[in-house]
Design a protein around this ligand. Structure first.
Ligand code: HAM
Length: 421
């Protein structure tokens, strides 16, 4: 019979790798809480309207990458392609604004996009994201950027480029859009078919096009930075001063346009100088209008998300170990016969209750096979229990790293093992 496999662009996380993810998630949680961010979890699927309204109908994500399906009642549902819209939906629904002040939220979880699969581009991938909600000033932008950069550094990643831009707001952006239309219209026929469409609807996305021709044509295009109004310009300049004060290096990239429509003012992206084509490790920006677009009160906010698979690709390529250790049992108990098996059951239970990780044979294997298994698992200590040990109450506890043995009663194992940790 043909075996059933994972869907293209999705991965199993196998037990031999899960400790790395657990470590990364623990580091991320600890960094997030250091910066005062608290976890939020929202459902994997939501009403399709949330994303089409939130992210923008014309974006690649909404127009061609969403996993959308009708449920049995005929409602249109979508597997979340990102979580900013979901978090804001939750913020509005649960009136989190009533808690007062700034809400600092983070999440870790799977996202779904029907993309062309390649290295670093999956259909189910994982993000760590943060949203700093109800914070208007550039200090919040600096806060989330600092959290991102400091966390990547905690993983050992420093060969990164942080690019920042301002994409303006609802006052200055329309003027800039018009300037782009005026610039590109005479060369419209030379633009790629996608960008010909963008010229009318969203000309800023032309700046982001991967096609060589569009990139060349965009070279002399006007810069958004010349069109920012006073408010956006001051915001952007203050952000730069704050980043300077934090000693966070950045490059101003006036061509940086992110693939989601909700951004206003600050947009940023972190790329790895060690990754190939899919080199965006993370990105984010400010989205002051999103909450009102979703039916809530105006709530200026800023956030980012990092792709965890991309983080792992870099760690792997650079052979970096941020501090994870593959878990091994503290103790393997090899059992000689049925009597030993019966007697050991409660000993094992007690040791586990006291906090040791204890392994033993569940397959009635020979002593030799059990010792081989202890070795394979990398157990730190091994003890063999047979009738002789049971009658004397003394057991030979062997430290597998040093090869030394101690003869001890059961009551002293925990202490002996802890001592040598
Ligand atoms: P995004 O740029 O679409 O932003 O995604 C953020 C990161 O998720 C990317 O930089 C990348 O590392 C990872 N990523 C995206 N798509 C894939 C994929 N198909 N396979 C693997 N990794 C991927 C957002 O999602 C925004 N919600 C970020 C944000 C939060 N903005 C404000 N708050």
């Amino acid at each position: 019979m043909e075996i059933i496999r994972t869907i293209k662009g999705t991965n199993d996380l196998l037990p031999g790798e899960s400790f790395r993810w657990q470590f990364a998630e623990a580091l991320i949680r600890s960094q997030s809480s250091r910066f005062g961010f608290r976890e939020i979890r929202t459902p994997i699927f939501e009403s399709t309207a949330l994303f089409s309204r939130g992210i923008g109908e014309l974006t690649d994500i909404v127009s061609k990458e969403m996993y959308t399906f009708p449920d049995r009642g005929g409602n249109s549902l979508t597997l979340r392609p990102e979580m900013t819209a979901s978090v804001m939906r939750s913020f509005i629904q649960h009136r989190l604004d009533q808690d007062g002040g700034v809400q600092k939220l983070f999440y870790i979880g799977p996202m779904f996009r029907a993309e062309n699969v390649q290295k670093g581009r999956l259909r189910q991938f994982h993000q760590w994201g943060v949203e700093c909600v109800s914070a208007e000033g550039p200090a919040a932008d600096a806060e989330v950027i600092a959290l991102m950069i400091r966390t990547l550094a905690a993983f050992g990643l420093t060969n990164l480029t942080l690019r920042i831009n301002s994409v303006g707001d609802e006052q200055c952006r329309p003027v800039y859009r018009e300037a782009l239309r005026t610039f590109f219209t005479p060369v419209k026929d030379q633009l790629c078919p996608t960008c010909q469409g963008r010229l009318e609807n969203n000309p800023m996305r032309i700046l982001d096009c991967k096609s060589q021709v569009c990139q060349t044509l965009a070279k002399g295009a006007p810069s958004i930075l010349d069109y920012l109004n006073e408010d956006c310009r001051t915001h952007f300049e203050t952000l730069q001063s704050l980043l300077n004060a934090l000693n966070i290096a950045y490059v101003i990239d006036d061509r940086l346009v992110r693939g989601l429509d909700y951004y206003t003012k600050t947009a940023f992206e972190v790329t790895s100088n060690d990754l190939g084509s899919q080199n965006a490790v993370g990105g984010g920006g400010r989205y002051d209008l999103l909450v009102s677009q979703l039916g809530g009160k105006p709530t200026p906010s800023v956030g980012f998300a990092i792709g965890l698979e991309r983080l792992f690709i870099i760690l792997e390529e650079l052979k970096l170990n941020p501090g994870w250790v593959a878990p091994v049992p503290d103790l393997y108990i090899a059992l000689l016969d049925r009597e030993a098996r019966m007697a050991a059951a409660s000993v094992i239970d007690t040791l586990r209750t006291e906090g040791l990780s204890v392994e033993y044979d569940l397959m009635n294997r020979s002593l030799k096979a059990q010792l081989r298994e202890a070795d394979r698992l990398g157990s730190r200590f091994v003890v063999v229990i047979g009738s002789q040990e049971l009658s004397s109450g003394q057991f030979r506890l062997k430290n597998m790293q040093t090869g030394t043995e101690q003869v001890l009663p059961v009551q002293e194992w925990v202490q002996a093992i802890r001592r040598e940790k």
